[in-house]
Design a protein around this ligand. Structure first.
Ligand SMILES: Cc1cc2nc3c(=O)[nH]c(=O)nc-3n(C[C@H](O)[C@H](O)[C@H](O)COP(=O)(O)O)c2cc1C
Length: 331
């Protein structure tokens, strides 16, 4: 049963379907929409511990969230135990998130080349040292998000789980692919089931949940305490509501209407505009349009119009006209 309360140390989360951290996508605006649609827990995009201790404005911007997003985890990456601990203290003092999450799974070059993210799965003593130093530095519960290993020849879930649990980590998210897999091959859910048997702390299963049915299937197959959804939530915050509907045994679940999709897109733009200038909003939103216009008979043409729009005002006007056209059809 996914729609139940899950506890991570003393933090009570009122449902166990979480939004994954996704750099470039899960900013405050999008997190708010997912929360409204029923996500139990959300995470910031990952942020560099080095940037935080340097007090970089760009890094601090990633850390901002509003009360409606709680419970929220701030995720950070880095390779230096002292810097990671110092950054955790700054995060705790200034932002008071519900969780601090350590990224031991990112496989992009700019992160692993600095010996951070998934590169730490090749250096378990350093991973242990980082974990201990952060856990000791803060009162906030600290969780970790890992991949299965560096490559198929070095699956380290068991060793890492032991290290993390002994170091006082409050919960583990596993995306059961290796760093070299990237997003190739299938996420190996068997590893989530094995991890669940190994540890007494909560296990959050992640990877390849594409439909509401998949979420329930992952929980059933692996026994994980919560599931985390990444790509399937992009432009589709309804997936959280749908899982709830499926779980409650309602007759199927409802997909969003075309009008709801356009209205959601407009809401996201409105929220984005509260934080950022129009250029920034345009850059972010361009990644989302194809999801929100999917299902329109002339989706490609609408998307091109939105992506090539000269100004955000023009974009909003296009979307409002689109909304009226689909509402008229409904009336
Ligand atoms: C565009 C994108 C950005 C991501 N950024 C992060 C990140 O900042 N931190 C992190 O731990 N994982 C990140 N991930 C990985 C996701 O959190 C998740 O583990 C992965 O997408 C598998 O889940 P899914 O199959 O539900 O998408 C990212 C994934 C994508 C597609």
């Amino acid at each position: 049963m996914l729609y139940y309360t899950v506890k991570i140390t003393n933090l009570e989360i009122n449902n166990s379907v979480f939004l994954a951290p996704m750099s470039g996508y899960t900013d405050s605006s999008f997190r708010q929409l997912c929360k409204k649609m029923g996500a139990g827990m959300v995470y910031t995009e990952f942020v560099s511990s080095e940037g935080i201790v340097r007090e970089s404005e760009k890094s601090f911007n990633y850390l901002k969230f509003c009360t409606a997003e709680r419970p929220i985890g701030i995720q950070m990456f880095g390779h230096n135990p002292q810097v990671m601990a110092d950054a955790a203290v700054i995060i705790e003092e200034r932002y008071k998130p519900d969780l601090i999450d350590l990224n031991f799974g990112c496989s992009v070059r700019k992160v692993v080349s600095k010996n951070a993210g998934a590169a730490l799965l090749k250096d378990l003593p350093l991973l242990e040292s980082i974990t201990k130093s952060v856990v000791h530095a803060v009162q906030t519960p600290v969780t970790a998000k890992i991949r299965a290993g560096w490559n198929q020849q070095s699956i380290v879930v068991q060793n890492v789980a032991e290290i993390l649990q002994n170091a006082g980590i409050a919960g583990i998210t596993l995306h059961p692919r290796t760093a070299s897999d990237g997003f190739r091959n299938k996420a190996n859910w068997t590893l989530i089931a094995e991890l669940k048997k190994m540890v007494s702390i909560p296990v959050i299963g992640n990877g390849d949940i594409r439909t509401p049915e998949d979420a329930l299937r992952m929980e059933k197959i692996t026994g994980c305490d919560a599931v985390m959804i990444g790509r399937a939530a992009i432009g589709n915050p309804w997936i959280f509501r749908q899982i709830g509907q499926l779980q409650r045994g309602e007759q199927g679940y409802t997909g969003p209407t075309l009008a709801e999709k356009v209205a959601m897109c407009l809401s996201q733009i409105r929220l984005e505009r509260q934080f950022s200038d129009d250029d920034h909003v345009n850059r972010i939103m361009k990644k989302f349009y194809r999801y929100y216009v999917h299902g329109f008979p002339n989706a490609a043409e609408i998307r091109n119009r939105l992506v090539n729009s000269k100004s955000l005002d023009q974009t909003v006007e296009t979307l409002q006209n689109l909304l009226e056209s689909v509402r008229e059809k409904v009336d």
